[in-house]
Structures are given as C-alpha cells and as structure tokens.
Design a protein around this ligand. Structure first.
Ligand code: MSP
Length: 645
C-alpha cells in the first residue's frame, strides 16, 4: 500500500436481519477485522465498518410472520449481530443500520444527485422478482420461465410504475474499469466472470418499488410518496452514508474504500451496480472488491431446516475464539468454498498452534530459564545464525503482498516458515549439547534467534490472534505496536534484549471433539398420557400423522442416474435456501425432462439416505397400481415449501 492511501476504509457487507448470525457471517467479519487490525498496526488511519441491512420485502414478511413490526423485528436481530461482534472483540469503528436516520437521508441525497445527473427516469417495470434475493430478473435470466437463477425459488411477476437507473449507460466505463484495474475484483476468476456478464449487455435497473412499504422513501423533492427505494441501492449506499455522505460529510476523506469484503453470492451487486452508482455520483471507485467462498457442512449448504447451521459462538466458546479465527483463515484458500469440520479445527489447534508455535515458546521459556535466568540477548545472533536470519527475512518479506492480495491462507502458511526455521535450528544445534561442550555463546545466541523469530511472528500474527499474540509478547517482554512493527519487521532489526517469563500453555491439547455433531431436530417428548396409551392396531393419532412433514416441492432439475434402471436424480425446491437432492425410483414412469418445473408432494423430514452413493434428502409420494405409477401433485400450483395437511 502506498503512502497516498494511508486512510484505509474496510467494510463487511451489512447483514440481513431475517436470520441470526452464523459461521458464514462470522467469516466475512473476521477477515475484515484481521485486515483492519493489520492496517492499524502498520500505522494507517483505519475505518472499519459493519452493520445490518434492514429494509425490504423479505424483512417485512419475516416480521409479519412473527407478529412484530418490521422495526421491532429489525431492532431485535440487529442487536444479535452487534452483540456477537462485541463478544468476538471485532474492532469495528461503526456499526451502521439502514434504519438510521442519517443513512436514509444520505440515500435520498444520492437519489436526488443521480436524478439531477440524468441517470434516473420513470417508467413501468414488468419482470420477475425474487423476494428471497430481493432481485429482479429478466426473461432471459430466469430458469424455466419462473425460477430465480440464483436461489431456484419461484419468482413473482411484478408490473408496476418504477424509477429506473441507467445502468446500461455505464457498461463501457465499467468494462474499462475492470480492464484497467487488475485487482479491482478479487480473486481474478471472479473479475473474469463479472466482465463476461457485463460484456453480455446491461439493462437499466428498476430502483424503486410500490408494492410494499418497508424501505427508504423517495426524497420529498421528487414528491412521489408511494415509492420506496430498491433495497440494494439502499444497502450499497451504507458504505458512503457511514462516512456522512449527504449529511455531515464528516468522514468522507476515508473514501474510496480500500476493500469491500463480500461473499461470492453478492458479487454482482458490488461489482456492477455499486461502481455504476458511484460513477453516477461522481465519486471514485473502491480499490478492491474481494469475494470469498462459502462455508458448507459435510459438503452441503447450511440451512436452518437441515439443522446443520454452525453457530460461531458455540465453536468459539468450545475451541477458543482466536483458535477459531486462525482456523477459518488458514483452512480455506480465499475465494474457495470450505467445509467446516471439528476434526480439521482440532488438527490445526494441536499441530500448527500447539506444536509449532506453543511448543517453541515453551522451549524458549525452558532453555532461557535454565541457561541465563530468563535473560536473552541478540548480541551474537548474526555471528552464528545469519543463514537462519536471511531465510526468515525472505519469508517475512512475502507476507504483506499476500495479505493485500487476500491470500490469507498463504500468508499464514508463509508465517509458519520462520517457526519451522526456529524449531529446526533447535533440533540441529542442540543447545543442551552446546552448553555441555562449553559453547555457551552459541547456545545463548540460539535463544536470541528464537526470541526474535517469536517476536516477529507474534507481530505478524497479531491481526489474526490479537490476544494470544499479546500474551506471547508479554512472555518475551515487548509490545506489539507500530514502532516494533517498523523496527522488527519492516527494518528487519533484532530486538536487543528480552526477559522471558513463564506463562501457562497457550494451546492446551484437544483430544476429542468438544461439540456434539448436529442431530436432526428432536421429537417432542411424549406426554405421560400419550406414552401410557396402548396404540390401537392400524390407527394413528393426529399427532402421529403430523410427525411426517409433508410439503409441496417444485422439481427444478432432473437427470437420469447413469447405470440405474429405476433412479432419477432430482433437485426439489422446498422453499428452503437451496433445493434438496432427492433420488427417486420413478425412471420407468417419468422422463427427467418432463419433470422439471412440475410439483410433487414430498416427505420432508425423512432421515437422509444414500442411494447408489448419492445422498437423498427426502421422498416423493406416489401411487402405483397395474396401470403404472403416478406422483401425487397439488391440483393447482402451490408455493414451493407449502405444508400438506
Ligand atoms: N444484506 C446483503 C448484503 C448487503 S451489502 C451492501 C446480504 N446479507 S447476508 O446476511 O445474506 O449475507 C452477508 C454475507 O454473509 C455475504 O457476504 C454472504 O456471502 C455471507 N455468507 C452467508 N452465508 C455464508 C456461508 N455459508 N459461507 C460464507 N459466507 C456466507 O447478502
């Protein structure tokens, strides 16, 4: 980073308040927090923003289902996010809510400016709208004439008066931006994806809605009270309104953002709409938009209905918050998807943290206590261990570019090299033998090498594990701050002296999984009366019937299972985050292509099973007689996920 961008602005997406925080949200926030701590540590004036996205039809509906007003509901869920980040010691400088008055005002000011610049016009919108994604799709984008290309759920046809943003006008300028700025979208593959999409042509974007209320109203000057502003324009503007755009303008000198951290699912909004909005507002574009991958559980997307959502607080409580931070950043290459497993987490804690780092510190504590009463000097390190120092410096030099390229897993991998250099040096030079042989100067210099390596690693690991590294610094008797970063890391100096003190082990070994694996939701305990009653042969109670969860599913994909006479592999939308895979023995009676877009009745709470090695997460109901088999379907189309009772 050059000196010209000493003001560093880092953002997370603002989280929807229709769900409680999970591991995916924690991941985005932890990456951003790591960058923010790093940026402050190296002396940049940093502003780190997070918050909640609270408007839109989805939130309005979620509130209604719970019998709350949207504001009450948003207040409640927003506080879950804020509390979690506080418990996680996330170092945000501002927590923005899109229901904040200043934000709403800023969005209206932006609308007025875009209007004034000739980028907004009034027209009629007719198209497919996915409530779940809060996104409009064109005829060519939707799947099977009605399904959302992103989440597979049914879209609704909306025809209403709308204001449009002239997105098409910015197509060429956007393409030029992507071409001229190799790292404007990271990883590179994502940039290519976005370029291909934009080259395919951009349509103007409907940016107001009249069919619901829960949103930012148009500015009074426009005098059109039935419209609210499209939730993505409202949400994206948070990156500016948090700095006072349209109100105090107080912190606008942080703009443009150094990096917007996002998940891959919201790339299009950030990489196409957002820069176009900024161009219209005549503001500079962010340096980077960095899109990470998804966390899955046993290869599947997490969802509440599958009961496989990982609660980040539970993991942090069980395994240690900073161990969890290290794991998330080290385990998965940025941009790729990662599967969460306790085993992998335990391995990282015991091996990388416990063996490589914790034991090295313990060895130093032990040896320095024994040979020199805890006093360690760097006096003869260069004389005896210059090769090790050079090797260590070569590794440290690689770190900063890796961090700014979001290669956090490689950053940590590279940071472990100096630890390995130190551990190997102890094994190779065997200081206990050096002491016996009377080579005390050499043995003590080795302690100097190790102490310096630990100090430098602690500094560079600090953004990922702030408290743990402060404990290491305390044990070595130095502080992690800008000045030590400059001397020890940037200038490659050695710290003249250390006084080593004993501290409790930082990474106690973990022998077994500390969290129970997710189990399917428990059955309600039976009442005494129910359990005593003898069942009547062949008759079930209404409660027993309701133990089977029957739902209407829309078949969104179907294909033949190779080498099977009977099986078809289906993707069935049950109104959940992602369609389920169901392997159905209906090939003799149905052609795969005929099924797509049709509906069927599905047993939704059947224990998942494997058929021919493929996971089946439900069962279709069907009736079979001599004339063949028929699927049971609703008489008229029903919303995917509708309960059958
Ligand atoms: N409100 C919008 C963002 C507006 S930003 C102007 C939104 N919110 S979200 O709550 O649905 O998602 C927020 C972030 O969490 C996204 O970056 C998304 O990618 C991330 N994750 C949600 N689930 C995830 C996983 N399972 N794994 C990793 N991250 C995922 O989108």
């Amino acid at each position: 980073m050059s000196d010209s961008c000493k003001k560093t602005y880092i953002t997370t997406p603002i989280y929807y308040v229709n769900d409680v925080p999970h591991i995916g949200h924690a991941y985005t926030t932890i990456i951003a927090d790591t960058l923010a701590i790093y940026s402050r540590m190296v002396g940049y004036d940093t502003f780190f923003l997070t918050g909640t996205d609270e408007h839109g039809q989805k939130i309005e509906q979620a509130a209604k289902q719970r019998g709350k007003t949207p504001q009450e509901y948003a207040d409640e869920i927003s506080s879950y996010f804020k509390n979690l980040w506080d418990e996680f010691d996330i170092t945000y400088d501002k927590f923005i809510r899109t229901t904040d008055e200043e934000h709403k005002k800023g969005v209206q000011v932006a609308f007025e400016k875009m209007l004034k610049n000739g980028d907004i016009y009034k027209g009629t919108y007719k198209g497919h709208y996915c409530i779940s994604c809060e996104t409009f799709f064109t005829e060519t984008q939707i799947v099977d004439g009605e399904l959302c290309p992103d989440c597979g759920k049914e879209t609704t046809i909306v025809e209403e008066e709308s204001y449009f943003f002239k997105l098409s006008k910015y197509q060429e300028r956007l393409l030029a931006w992507y071409k001229e700025n190799e790292k404007c979208i990271m990883p590179k593959t994502r940039r290519n994806e976005v370029m291909r999409f934009v080259e395919g042509g951009l349509e103007d974007l409907s940016i107001t809605r009249t069919s619901f209320d829960w949103g930012v109203k148009l500015p009074e000057s426009v005098n059109d009270p039935k419209h609210v502003i499209y939730v993505w324009l409202d949400a994206l503007m948070n990156y500016l309104t948090a700095l006072g755009y349209g109100t105090t303008e107080e912190k606008m000198d942080y703009w443009p953002a150094k990096v917007h951290l996002i998940g891959k699912d919201i790339l299009r909004f950030h990489a196409i709409f957002w820069p176009a909005f900024l161009m219209s507002l005549e503001l500079p574009l962010p340096d980077h938009i960095a899109a990470h991958g998804w966390w899955t559980r046993n290869g599947e997307k997490m969802s509440k209905s599958k009961g496989n959502v990982i609660n980040p607080k539970e993991v942090a409580d069980a395994y240690g918050l900073e161990n969890f931070r290290y794991f998330m950043l080290r385990e998965v290459p940025f941009g790729g998807d990662g599967d969460f497993s306790q085993k992998a987490l335990i391995d990282r804690i015991n091996s990388d943290l416990g063996n490589d780092l914790g034991n090295l510190l313990n060895r130093l504590i032990g040896m320095s206590g024994k040979y020199s009463d805890g006093k360690v000097s760097s006096q003869n390190v260069v004389k005896y261990y210059n090769a090790e120092l050079e090797e260590m410096n070569a590794s440290l030099d690689k770190l900063e570019p890796l961090l700014y390229d979001m290669q956090l897993h490689r950053y940590l991998e590279e940071l472990w090299r100096p630890l390995s250099i130190a551990n190997k040096a102890i094994d190779k030079y065997q200081p206990w033998n050096l002491m016996k042989e009377g080579k005390e100067e050499e043995a003590l210099a080795l302690n100097g090498l190790i102490a310096n390596i630990l100090a430098k690693v602690a500094i560079m690991l600090h953004p990922v594990m702030p408290k743990t590294t402060n404990k290491i610094a305390e044990a070595l008797n130095f502080t992690i701050d800008v000045s030590n970063y400059n001397t020890l890391v940037k200038n490659r100096d050695l710290l003249a002296d250390f006084t080593i003190s004993k501290i409790p082990p930082l990474f106690p070994r973990i022998e077994e999984q500390l969290l129970e694996e997710a189990k399917p939701p428990k059955e309600e305990p039976k009442t005494k009366k129910e359990s005593k009653k003898e069942p009547t042969a062949g008759v079930i109670t209404i409660d027993q019937f309701f133990q089977t969860e029957l739902k209407i599913g829309t078949i969104v994909e179907a294909e033949e299972v190779p080498k099977s006479k009977k099986l078809l592999k289906l993707k069935v939308d049950l109104g959940e985050e992602q369609p389920r895979q169901i392997i159905a023995g209906i090939k003799e009676w149905y052609k795969a292509e005929d099924l797509v877009g049709t509906q069927a009745c599905v047993v939704a709470n059947l224990k998942p099973a494997k058929l021919m090695g493929m996971l089946s997460e439900g069962m279709l109901l069907a009736a079979k007689d001599e004339s063949g088999l028929s699927l049971l379907r609703p008489e008229a189309p029903k919303v995917a996920g509708t309960k059958v009772s």
